[in-house]
Ligand binder design. Structure first.
Ligand code: ZN
Length: 247
């Protein structure tokens, strides 16, 4: 374990462009449930059933049903970032981490102080008016305190949508996310088993180059065979703290 940490530190010190890719694993350490995990909603209700409601057509056709479900299963009480989030923010301050591409919608990287974050699945703390000419932005308190199930825009009366990527929608910042991954000298995947596309595809593409891929994850991933260093751990926070302390 310590040898692997030393190796990661060496790679990061030599690198002029290190990018982190983060998945659900980093947020479960902060207490956010992994939708795809053992007790996750996809397992409990079946991914197809969730997809039928959390998709863009159902949002517009039946916003009432969408919001009842969304409010029950996707709106969590606010949590604080985990140690892992803070360590990544520290690495950025030290000039050793140059960006984060995340699959998580929980806003925890930003909350921990990371500045260069590309949240490809959106941000669940934000809600946006669906009228193109309005696009007013609301926070979760507005939605929670709204006197009806379906929140409407206070300036134009249109339906407000969570600023997250629903099934049937394209990911946000596709080009930026892909570019920043492919341009990295060192790519560090944290808390993702690399099964969700298109992000997994970007990492796969990266792994065919000669740059270094580092994977820190509990359990195997689809690209373990291509990694320069693979570190299997359920405690990302402590591992990143050791790495950060040596940078
Ligand atoms: Zn509006």
């Amino acid at each position: 374990m310590d040898r692997k940490i030393e190796r990661i530190v060496e790679l990061m010190i030599r690198s002029k462009n290190t990018i982190a890719v983060t998945g659900a694993g980093i947020s479960t350490e902060a207490g956010i449930p992994d939708f795809r995990g053992e007790n996750g909603i996809y397992r409990k209700l079946g991914e197809n059933n969730v997809m039928k409601i959390i998709n863009i057509d159902s949002f517009y056709k039946n916003p009432d049903k969408f919001y009842s479900f969304y409010r029950e299963h996707f709106m969590f009480p606010p949590v604080e970032p985990s140690k892992a989030h803070y360590m990544l923010a520290d690495m950025e301050k030290k000039g050793r981490l140059h960006g984060i591409v995340t699959q998580n919608i929980d806003n925890l990287h930003q909350k921990a102080g990371s500045k260069k974050v590309i949240p490809i699945h959106g941000n669940s703390e934000r809600f946006v008016c669906t009228k193109r000419s309005c696009r007013h932005v609301y926070d979760r308190d507005y939605i929670l305190n709204y006197p009806g199930t379906v929140p409407l825009c206070s300036s134009c009366g249109s339906v407000i949508k969570p600023d997250v990527v629903l099934f049937g929608e394209h990911i946000h910042n596709y080009i930026d996310a892909r570019d920043s991954i492919l341009r990295a000298q060192v790519l560090i995947v944290i808390g993702s088993s690399l099964t969700v596309y298109p992000l997994a595809g970007f990492v796969k593409e990266f792994s065919t180059f000669t740059q270094d891929l580092v994977i820190i994850n509990k359990g195997r991933t689809e690209l373990d065979h291509a990694a320069t260093v693979k570190l299997d751990t359920g405690n990302t926070g402590d591992v990143l703290e050791k790495i950060c302390g040596s940078l």
